[in-house]
Each structure stands twice: as C-alpha cells, then as structure tokens.
Design a protein around this ligand. Sequence first.
Ligand code: DGL
Length: 276
Amino acid sequence: MHPAQSPIGVFDSGLGGLTVAAAIARALPHEHLMYLGDTARVPYGTRSPATVVRYAKKNVAFLQGHGVKAVVVACNTVSAHALGGLTDGGSTPTLGVIRPGARAALAASRGGPIAVLGTPGTVRSDAYLYAIHEHDPRRAVHQIACPLFVPLVEEGWEHHPVTTTIAREYLAPLAGTEVDTIILGCTHYPLIRHVIEAAAAEVLGPDVAVVDSAHAVAEELAALLDRTGLARPSGQAAHRFFVTDAPDKVGEVGSRFWQAGALRLEHVDVVDEEGT
Ligand code: DGL
C-alpha cells in the first residue's frame, strides 16, 4: 500500500483534541484519521513534564504501531513539553499545536500584546512565549493558567453561569494591558470560546481576537503532506477513534468535541506492564 493511503495519527490527553481532528477532517476530507484520547490518564495539564512525556510516548507508539503516516500532537501540554523525540528516530513527521497557534495569533493581532490561556503545564513551559518570540522577540505576552476550564467543559457546563464567572476571574488581570489577541492554548477551550469572548470583550473591549490552533494545524498538516508526497488526494475517508478508558463514560463528551458526524469510540490499553 502506498504510504499516502495510511491514516494520520492524532492524539490528545483526552477528547479535547477532537476539536483539532475535526478541523483536519474538514480541511482534508480525503484523509483517514486515527485518533487516540488517553482518557484513562487525562488531565495532563497538571502533571510534571516527565510524566507527560512518558504518557505521550506510549500514545505515539500505539499510533505508529498502526502505521500512521504522520502524527499530530493535538494537545497543547504535550506539544509544550515534548514535541521533539516523541517518534523514535524521527521516522514519522510530527506536528504540534503550539507553533501553529502562535502563528495564528500573530496573524490576527494588530501588533499589541498577546494573551495565552492554557493549562498550568503549558503556561509553566513558556512554549507559546518562545514560539511568539521566534517571530517577534519584542512582543509582550501575558500567560494565564486556567485549570478550571477543562473540568467545566468535561462536565458539559459550556453555558453554565459558573463558567462565565470563572472566565471573568481568569481574564480580570488583562484589564489595562491593551491585549488585542487571545490564544485558546488548550484543546478544550474552543468549546467555551463564546464565554471567553464575552469575558474578553468586557475586560478588553469588543475588538479583541480570540484564536485557536485547530485551523492553523490543519493548514500546516496539508502543507506537510504535500511537501512529503503523503497527501491522499481523493477517495472517501474512514476514521477510527480510540480511548484508553471505558468508551461509554466519555462518548457523550466526545460528540460535543467532534461535531463532524457520528463518533464511535473503541477501547485500547496503552498502559505498559509496570502499570505506568
Ligand atoms: N488537551 C490538553 C491540552 O490541550 C488539556 C487537557 C489536559 O489537561 O490534559 O493542553
């Protein structure tokens, strides 16, 4: 089989990465996707870099074992800690979400400061700061860890008043900063984009741009596949979705993230013999 016919591997700590997978499916409708959500060990955002790297390597090994032609790390926390060295010998092209997200923010910004909302791990890593400064070393960057957003989204509280209150609380430090662009630096946050946009408008005015990396990742992936001759230019796509915890617990949450058709979750165990 020509490698172009192989699926693209996409993984996340949980189901949030389905927002990225959905953007890829829309942009590249002929590509097969193989998604892995490590729902047994989510969240990654509060764990140490060493633990995140260990988990991520298991996920990549699973996807490579299924012959994926490229790996999309659809998790900001993993992309922040471990993009290099995840694929043994660098044999499989790998794409993270931080650099595309940073580029999307710079494209949307009018030159003002940029704010990054992310998990504690992503914020502590300064990965977005470095990615922005690669393009514009002088750009002011404000980073805010928002640990409560992930459980609120998982709970389905996208429209709950508590989420609005917490968003206001997180964004309050941006008052008076002249931030013109906010990066949703976590795959869960696009589901509460409306709440974050409303809180941002209150604090920063109506012109603030709120960007996520999903669309930019899909664009970069398309370019990478073209460059490497791995694009699948025609034919119907078939997707598979794996989770590491019982699928019945997470199916409903997954459908909210995917929003691109039916979602059937299969179970897989990527934990090794020592139970790590
Ligand atoms: N998917 C993770 C991210 O984008 C958020 C959830 C987690 O903490 O694992 O950073």
